[in-house]
Design a protein around this ligand. Structure first.
Ligand SMILES: Cc1cc2nc3c(=O)[nH]c(=O)nc-3n(C[C@H](O)[C@H](O)[C@H](O)COP(=O)(O)OP(=O)(O)OC[C@H]3O[C@@H](n4cnc5c(N)ncnc54)[C@H](O)[C@@H]3O)c2cc1C
Length: 447
């Protein structure tokens, strides 16, 4: 096999992957279809274009998981973070950037690297030989998406995310909620208690429906909706179809007995399902929504048991092409069926500019190590980068897999935090201290 690395897509992930591999001494060809072939969201032919907001979110590397990811990417000499720092704008604790200057600078850095060359083309089929990284993002072109689907199977590729909100398990009030699967189904005790249930009285249900109908919603972007109704309906659309619709759908109260008040029949029940192997995250079943983020928090806190809930991520529905990474990828981010192909970026089921660039950083380094005859293990799951790659390649529930932002719920819990002796802020500092040490070791081991 040739020692050249080919990368499809010069977005956040592909740009970072190209930089990392080239810096490791591996020749790279970056294949990018823009500006010849457009997407509905990109405006230019530059690499690493920010398609919507100009924010890389919190820059707090002590108490915020995305801030920690910034820290790790800086420590690893990331092109995206380094360029963002040089073009940052005042934004309180967040890292906002001058988007045009940022993507022009990324483009200039890549174009002036002696080991990177460019192919201005759309790749329409998954390549069968050579070393490749597929980093074509949420708006992967139709022809390539078809080829991915043919290779991996129809079930393995989604064109929309339908994200139900995800709650930190420790913030659910278990004096109100209880664990039980509908009709106690399951072979093992774990299966019979796989869901967390939140009961509602008639008055609570009516108030919830009123709030849902009144909440502010976001609109789809122009060109985004094709094929949308193949996916799941947002809860507010279900509520608009009739006040009882949800009670006969995701909120049906049947087959469940309130462990705290067995004699009382709930009028409706909201169910939460485990979202990761660690059991630290739960998604609200069937609650995909287009409500604005602020509205979601207040409406979902009306659910008994979730009055003090913290959300690892809020719900949404977007055009988003992504693969079922937990079943398809190995821990080297390679397609198990065709290990010469790696995937990186949003197409792997991470969400956001920073997370996508981080997966590009990792894929670029892993591919370069492999081309040079070695093997780079992923960073420890206690690091931000390691927690994300661990989540997408095995930690997440494959059946309900939906794109994920980095958050502390993906991290193995700290031992001393289990007894609740530390406040949450101190605990986050504990997570980031532990991560920085392990990430530093991981980098040092690469020489
Ligand atoms: C409408 C919209 C709004 C978003 N808003 C935000 C936001 O505000 N904040 C945030 O953090 N994230 C946002 N995202 C998610 C965002 O797209 C990702 O976080 C990030 O850009 C993903 O990086 P990526 O490298 O995986 O994909 P991209 O940055 O999209 O890069 C993929 C690249 O691959 C190219 N490509 C696609 N198919 C082919 C092909 N067949 N051959 C060659 N090239 C190809 C594309 O032209 C593109 O340049 C948004 C996404 C969408 C669709």
């Amino acid at each position: 096999m040739s020692d050249t690395l080919h990368i499809i897509g010069g977005g956040m992930a592909g740009s970072e992957a190209a930089w990392q591999a080239a810096q490791a001494g591996v020749p790279v060809v970056l294949h990018e279809m823009r500006p010849k072939v457009a997407t509905f969201a990109h405006q230019s032919g530059d690499f690493a274009e920010m398609v919507c907001s100009n924010s890389f979110r919190s820059d707090d590397d002590e108490r915020n998981a995305v801030g920690l990811l910034h820290w790790e990417m800086r420590a690893a000499g990331g092109l995206i973070m380094g360029t963002a720092d040089r073009h940052s704008l005042p934004a309180g604790g967040a890292l906002a950037v001058d988007r045009e200057a940022f993507s022009q600078a990324v483009t200039a850095a890549l174009r002036s690297h002696p080991l990177i060359s460019f192919a201005d083309e759309e790749i329409t089929e998954l390549p069968t030989s050579g070393h490749w990284i597929i980093a074509t993002g949420p708006l992967t072109s139709g022809a390539l998406a078809d080829s991915i689907r043919t290779t991996t199977g129809a079930e393995s590729l989604a064109f929309f995310d339908a994200i139900a909100p995800i709650v930190y398990a420790e913030t659910i009030d278990m004096d109100i909620a209880w664990r039980q699967s509908r009709y106690d189904k399951g072979e093992t005790e774990e299966e019979r208690t796989a869901y967390i249930n939140c009961p509602m009285t008639k008055a609570e249900y009516e108030a919830f429906i009123d709030a849902l109908l009144a909440a502010e919603k976001t609109e789809f972007h122009a060109g985004e909706t094709a094929g949308y109704f193949d996916g799941c309906l947002p809860i507010e659309v279900m509520a608009e179809r009739g006040r009882e619709t949800l009670r006969h759908g995701p909120m049906k109260p049947v087959g469940l007995t309130n462990a705290h008040k067995p004699e009382e029949k709930a009028y409706a029940v909201v169910q939460l399902r485990r979202d990761n192997a660690l059991g630290t995250l739960y998604n609200i079943v069937g609650f995909q929504t287009k409500m604005k983020y602020g509205a979601q928090t207040s409406v979902f806190k009306m659910i008994p048991g979730l009055q003090n809930a913290s959300f690892a991520r809020l719900g949404g529905i977007h055009r988003n092409t992504f693969i079922n990474s937990p079943t398809l990828l190995d821990d080297q981010m390679r397609l198990k069926l065709r290990p010469n192909l790696r995937f990186a970026g949003q197409i792997t089921g991470v969400e956001g500019y920073v997370e996508s660039a981080a997966m590009g950083l990792l894929a670029g380094r892993m591919a370069a190590a492999e081309i040079k005859g070695g093997c780079l293990p992923p960073p420890a799951p206690e690091t931000a980068m390691g927690s994300l790659v661990n989540h997408i390649t095995g930690g997440a529930e494959a059946k309900s897999f939906q794109p994920m932002n980095v958050n502390f719920g993906l991290f193995p819990p700290l031992e001393e935090a289990r007894g609740g002796r530390k406040g949450r802020k101190d605990r986050y500092k504990g997570y980031t201290d532990r991560a920085k040490e392990l990430f530093t070791h991981w980098l040092a081991a690469q020489g």
